[in-house]
Design a protein around this ligand. Structure first.
Ligand code: ITT
Ligand code: NA
Length: 199
């Protein structure tokens, strides 16, 4: 059975392939880029879950195949949860990770270490062509550094230091990140629904 992944983010594809394989799920993940006829989905939801479902349903409808989607971002306590669902375009241009990270660091420049709590959040959605849907979420809590460190991962990984860690997410190995990440938690929680509904 084919399970399609509704994402245009190559970093997510890499992480999800590893996460789902480790969870024992032998599914043929195909990125949305393999379906150029599928239009870009407007992320009009106000929550990660809503946006993940929008993306999963759009691809399931367009392909008549079961689809999964990830909507995720960084939520900073002192910013009232921002960038949140706007994480991918915080500095204006969608997917400009370097600019987004630079702007966020500038906004937090005067915030001391005791007030730099933040978490990554990921909503993992499954949608079937008949409209059946499931959505679950996962979080990774930590604190934000004043300067980036590490070359792994993507997005805000160089500034998020997970609770109990001395390294940033960008300094973890891919396996270490997946074991504790918001994305790892969300998609491992989605596996039972995939097993039940996709056959
Ligand atoms: P798709 O919608 O096509 O899946 P996208 O990159 O636009 O791809 P999102 O709308 O979910 O995805 O935005 C995710 C943003 O949140 C991403 O650009 C990063 O800035 C941030 N983010 C999400 N997961 C992250 C992670 O594991 N590490 C660092 N930053 C992350
Ligand atoms: Na989004």
């Amino acid at each position: 059975q084919r399970l399609i992944l509704a994402t245009r983010n190559a970093h997510k594809v890499t992480e999800l392939k590893a996460i789902l394989a480790d969870a024992g799920l032998e599914l043929d993940l195909v990125g949305a880029d393999a379906y150029p006829e599928v239009p870009d989905v407007k992320e009009t939801g106000v929550t990660f879950a809503e946006n993940a479902l929008l993306k999963a349903h759009a691809l399931a409808q367009a392909t008549s195949l079961p689809a999964v989607a990830d909507d995720s971002g960084l939520c900073v306590d002192v910013l009232g949860g921002a960038p949140g669902i706007f994480s991918a375009r915080w500095a204006g241009r969608h997917g400009d990770d370097a600019a987004n990270l630079e702007l966020l660091l500038a906004q937090l420049a005067d915030i001391d270490a005791a007030h730099r709590a933040a978490h990554f959040e990921c909503a993992a959605a499954l949608a079937l062509p008949d409209g059946t849907e499931r959505v679950v979420s996962g979080r990774l809590r930590g604190t934000l550094r004043h300067a980036p460190a590490g070359a792994g991962g993507f997005g805000y990984d160089p500034i998020l230091q997970p609770e109990g860690e001395t390294r940033t997410c960008a300094e973890l190995s891919p396996q270490e990140k997946n074991a504790i990440s918001h994305r790892g938690k969300a998609f491992r929680a989605l596996v039972p629904a995939v097993r039940e509904l996709v056959r």
